[in-house]
Design a protein around this ligand. Structure first.
Ligand SMILES: Nc1ncnc2c1ncn2[C@@H]1O[C@H](COP(=O)(O)OP(=O)(O)OP(=O)(O)O)[C@@H](O)[C@H]1O
Length: 276
């Protein structure tokens, strides 16, 4: 299986700060990865590297068969779908949902005088249908709820049939129902053989969709563990990643984590005020 991307001994340095330290990571095109780590671990920086938005200070990066430093980054970026709060901030609030999705065909935010053909319109309608946002097509982006925005951004990222899809915290800010809806959609995407290679950044194991195959754990710019999810996502590795003893529960591929030993007191009927 060809690699979607390969990072070899990558470091990113900024004055007084090592953002990524000696990261080597290969993702094959049929794999679905979750990147987990605490605030400031370097997750967004890592996504910027594999999204062809940043060069490493040291190391080599091959993305979709192209070596960073030897390729036009803007051309390479057209083959990569990337959702993040930064992308969301660039979208004019008055833009209609239909145009937010459609304008991905020209890699622009904010429709101007671009000419879209029948295929573009058909693809936008199809993808809006698949992501449950067709009823919102005429609404403006600025009036959407956080959950609706997240779905629109993913639909936009998929509009151009990318070979690699990067999702930076798609579950952030969602209520329980919206998160579960999104997870169900991401589970479908993960199981679809035609889907691109997927990399999702998250802070929470509860946000890992079923069907995601691999995990990379990051702390202080360094990889703590990486590999198939059932091998690398362990309580020990999470404890090292988050710097405290973590208990991990796995319920059929849905995970839950909390500090070990916290909340041991059983809630008995007396606690709830109900009779036994
Ligand atoms: N240009 C820069 N100069 C110095 N430090 C930087 C620069 N850009 C980012 N950082 C720092 O690098 C660290 C990693 O940032 P990054 O945004 O990649 O972390 P993250 O894991 O995505 O964090 P979060 O989960 O909070 O979004 C942070 O401590 C951040 O403050």
């Amino acid at each position: 299986m060809p690699a979607a991307f390969e990072l070899s001994e990558v470091s990113v340095m900024r004055p007084g700060k090592l953002l990524l330290a000696d990261v080597s990571w290969t993702v094959d095109e049929n794999e679905r990865w979750v990147v987990l780590g605490p605030n400031g671990a370097g997750k967004t920086t890592l996504l910027q590297i594999i999204g062809a938005s940043m060069h490493p200070t040291v190391g080599t990066v091959d993305i979709l068969g192209e070596r960073l430093g030897q390729v036009d980054l803007s051309e390479l970026r057209t083959r990569i779908g990337h959702t993040s709060t930064k992308v969301a901030e660039r979208i004019p609030p008055a833009e209609s949902v239909r145009d937010v999705v459609l304008s991905a065909a020209y890699a622009v935010t904010g429709r101007w005088n671009e000419e879209y053909d029948e295929h573009d319109h058909a693809r936008a309608e199809q993808i809006m249908g698949e992501w449950g946002i067709a009823p919102l097509a005429g609404r403006t982006f600025g009036t959407l709820s956080e959950g609706e925005r997240k779905r629109v951004l993913i639909a936009r990222a998929l509009m151009t049939d990318p070979e690699l899809l990067l999702l930076d915290e798609p579950g952030a800010g969602l209520d329980l129902g919206a998160r579960e809806d999104l997870l169900a959609s991401l589970e479908t995407l993960a199981h679809d053989d035609d889907s691109p290679a997927l990399v999702m950044v998250s802070h929470h194991v509860e946000e890992i969709p079923i069907g995601f195959t691999h995990v990379l754990l990051l702390r202080d710019g360094k990889v703590v563990a990486q590999g198939p999810i059932d091998e690398a996502l362990t309580a020990d590795n999470l404890s090292r990643t988050f710097g405290q003893r973590i208990q991990l529960d796995d319920d059929g591929g849905r995970y839950a984590a909390r500090r070990a030993g916290y909340g041991r007191r059983a809630v008995r009927p007396a606690d709830t005020g109900e009779n036994a």
